[in-house]
Write a protein that binds this ligand. Structure first.
Ligand code: MN
Length: 133
């Protein structure tokens, strides 16, 4: 542990794969973040509104929606619009990165996600929150 649980901020982890979600949750919690979770797009919007996380990690392949559509919904709601979204996808094509940015994502990571890259990206993107500076 690097500090009190959740001391570094609250992250919403949106991922439909239980194994990946559990592994990321442990990694983030051990790094000092509070983690809230959702396994589909509807859940992501509900938890984002309830928990108002400081950052969202968004799997793009969800069972009920594209993570890009979920991101667009979050960006259209003033309550959740300022929250930076990092897209996580297995399709590492440049066109996907452009689509992520167009949908309002702050960043983009390709699967398999390098955990050190993820942990170093999080504080960087938390600082991009639109209403924080
Ligand atoms: Mn998925």
């Amino acid at each position: 542990m690097t500090g009190a649980a959740g001391a570094r901020g609250r992250i919403l982890l949106v991922e439909d794969n239980d194994t990946i979600r559990a592994a990321f949750a442990v990694l983030l919690e051990e790094s000092g973040y509070e983690v809230v979770q959702a396994e589909d797009g509807a859940g992501a919007i509900e938890v984002a509104r309830d928990a108002l996380p400081h950052l969202i990690l968004m799997d793009l392949g969800l069972p009920d929606a594209s993570g890009l559509d979920v991101t667009r919904s979050l960006k259209s709601d003033p309550a959740t619009a300022p929250i930076p979204v990092i897209a996580i996808t297995g399709r590492a094509l440049e066109t996907d990165q452009a689509a992520c940015m167009a949908a309002g994502c702050a960043g983009y990571l390709a699967k398999p996600v390098d955990t050190q890259q993820l942990l170093s990206a999080i504080p960087e993107y938390m600082g991009t929150r639109a209403d924080r500076e």
